[in-house]
Design a protein around this ligand. Structure first.
Ligand SMILES: [Zn+2]
Length: 124
């Protein structure tokens, strides 16, 4: 058991070899992602940046696709692109910075958001 785990760990630490199937999936994933980014205008919908790493933000989750994190396996991330394709109105394209900001703002309670907004709008 211990030996098996050690071998697995060693395999992942070493050079990564993709199987032909994994390579094919990676190409499909990249092609579909690029196509979707273009469909969303290839820019962050908040700050208009085009050169940052762009990410899709879920505004609504759909039961049939479940939830997944950023570390989800490739096949899962490929499946997730299908959700964007099917429900484009429930997603926005954001740069990394704006995505971080939105995630952070979402975590604030309503009262904190209200106080922040009051300060922002009073500042000039
Ligand atoms: Zn942005």
């Amino acid at each position: 058991m211990g030996k098996h785990n050690h071998n697995n760990r060693h395999r992942y630490r070493g050079e990564r070899r993709f199987s032909p199937e994994e390579t094919r999936l990676w190409e499909l994933y990249q092609a579909k992602r690029t196509q979707l980014i273009q469909r969303f205008g290839s820019r962050c919908c908040v700050c208009n940046r085009t050169n940052d790493k762009l990410e899709f933000h879920h505004m609504r989750h759909h039961e049939e696709y479940g939830k997944y994190g950023k570390s989800a396996p490739l096949w899962r991330r490929y499946q997730a692109l299908g959700e964007i394709e099917k429900y484009p109105n429930d997603f926005v394209l954001l740069c990394y910075g704006c995505h971080q900001t939105i995630t952070w703002l979402r975590e604030l309670v309503e009262e904190e958001r209200f106080r922040l907004h009051a300060i922002v709008t009073a500042t000039f």
